[in-house]
Write a protein that binds this ligand. Structure first.
Ligand code: SAM
Length: 401
């Protein structure tokens, strides 16, 4: 099928003919690909048609990360779309670099340029390095298509061979996918995290993008770690060097959770675990970045709350905190030991037809639960399957107003 054709060169797409094909394919319906390809092949070379259809598909996929305005001007590779930093996160990071007074960045592992573009738009001069020829030609094409060619120099090379001494900062976003899917061991990144750490130490400022699941023990003492979420989804962790703010912890790495859009940043103060207390009127589900950053205690303090169980990251409080961005609040009406039949009866009695199931520390599968309780009726509710003081529990409520 046409979309499986491996395209190894973007240049045919950059010709007038390629550009007009791409424009014609902008809103094409992939379900009609065969018919469209057949029609286009009457007037254009088959290979060019395949390349344009492949690129049009990638652009459609890229809209979710880059927005339509950029995505339909940019060039992608399948891995490039998948691995690129989304625009919101790249813009935020570029803003941090700019705020540090960084004027030039060596972007080591540029991919198709998600970060390079954001850095350049923040007015920063960028050296974009990627060893993959097609990827390097994509970042070059993107710099040109977005009017940033003057700020982005592209080099097709191995990052380990780059002299970064002419740059204020380095940014490294290593490839985290091996032949068999995602790579969890940071030493299996390409390049390995230990290499990136040394590259970072060689410049006054640096940021390394890593998987959000990185164990905190792996954060070196001379770096700060920031977990970033966008619209409630954790996207990445960043190891910063030369970016320490006055609020960072006195010893060891500074820890922060940043929520986009915003940005709203919660900074770690090394607080001890929050106290366990009885479930109050409100339950707060911390944002994933807060949890990954181990800042539940900082969030609990801001909510004047405690934990419902020492091992569970749900915060409870007696007061509403509608302003907090760091946790989503629910008003709780019932706290019961977990019991399926009881839950079913209760929801029936209350006419709950729309049930949101959340869980933390429970083995029950939300889908299975929904199937078993068969919610019916005009009302909605949220049920939390969790543990309260060590015992399986169900908390019923609704989003706090
Ligand atoms: C995660 S992607 C970068 C995504 C990029 N930050 C963006 O937002 O578009 C990693 C890239 O690193 C490149 N890469 C991996 N090892 C490399 C090396 N040793 N030298 C140069 N490039 C490398 C891969 O080709 C891949 O394009």
């Amino acid at each position: 099928m046409a979309h499986n054709v491996q395209v190894n060169d973007l240049s045919p797409l950059l010709t007038d003919e390629g550009q007009s094909l791409l424009a014609a394919l902008r809103d094409f319906n992939p379900a009609q690909e065969l018919a469209i390809a057949t029609r286009l092949r009457r007037d254009h070379p088959a290979e060019l048609v395949s390349a344009a259809i492949g690129q049009a598909r990638l652009r459609q996929r890229a809209v979710a990360k880059f927005g339509a305005e950029d995505a339909y001007r940019m060039y992608f590779t399948p891995n490039g779309v998948e691995q690129a930093t989304r625009k919101s996160v790249a813009e935020y990071r570029a803003g941090r670099f700019a705020a540090l007074g960084v004027a030039s960045v060596a972007d080591l592992c540029s991919g198709i340029g998600g970060d390079a573009v954001a850095l350049a738009r923040a007015g920063i001069r960028v050296l974009a390095v990627d060893r993959d020829p097609l990827t390097a030609s994509a970042v070059r094409a993107n710099a040109a298509a977005l009017g940033l060619a003057e700020l982005i120099e592209v080099r097709e090379a191995d990052v380990t061979e780059i002299d970064t001494s002419g740059y204020d900062a380095v940014f490294v976003d290593p490839a985290r996918r091996g032949g068999r899917g995602r790579v969890f061991d940071p030493e299996a990144y390409s390049p390995p995290l230990s290499w990136a750490i040394e590259a970072a130490r060689a410049r006054p400022h640096a940021a390394l993008k890593i998987a959000p699941g990185i164990p905190h023990e792996l954060v070196p003492d001379d770096f700060d770690a920031e977990w970033i979420s966008d619209e409630g989804d954790v996207k990445e962790a960043v190891l910063w060097r030369g970016a320490r703010t006055a609020t960072a912890g006195p010893a060891g790495p500074g820890i922060a959770a940043t929520l986009l859009p915003g940005p709203r940043t919660l900074t770690g103060r090394g607080l001890p675990d929050p106290p366990v207390r009885p479930v109050g009127r409100y339950l707060y589900e911390p944002d994933g970045a807060v949890i990954r950053a181990h800042l539940v205690a900082e969030a609990a303090e801001a909510l004047n709350g405690g934990l419902i169980d020492e091992t569970i990251a749900y915060i409870t409080s007696d007061e509403p905190h509608p302003g907090t961005p760091f946790a989503t609040g629910y008003e709780i009406t019932d706290v019961l030991p977990f019991h399926l039949k009881r839950l079913k009866a209760l929801l029936r009695e209350r006419g709950v037809g729309s049930l949101t199931v959340k869980k933390r520390g429970s083995a029950v599968e939300p889908e299975e639960l929904r199937r078993k309780v068969k919610p019916q009726g005009p009302h909605s509710a949220t049920v939390f399957l969790t543990r309260v003081a060590g015992a399986p529990a169900m908390l019923i409520g609704h989003p706090a107003r």
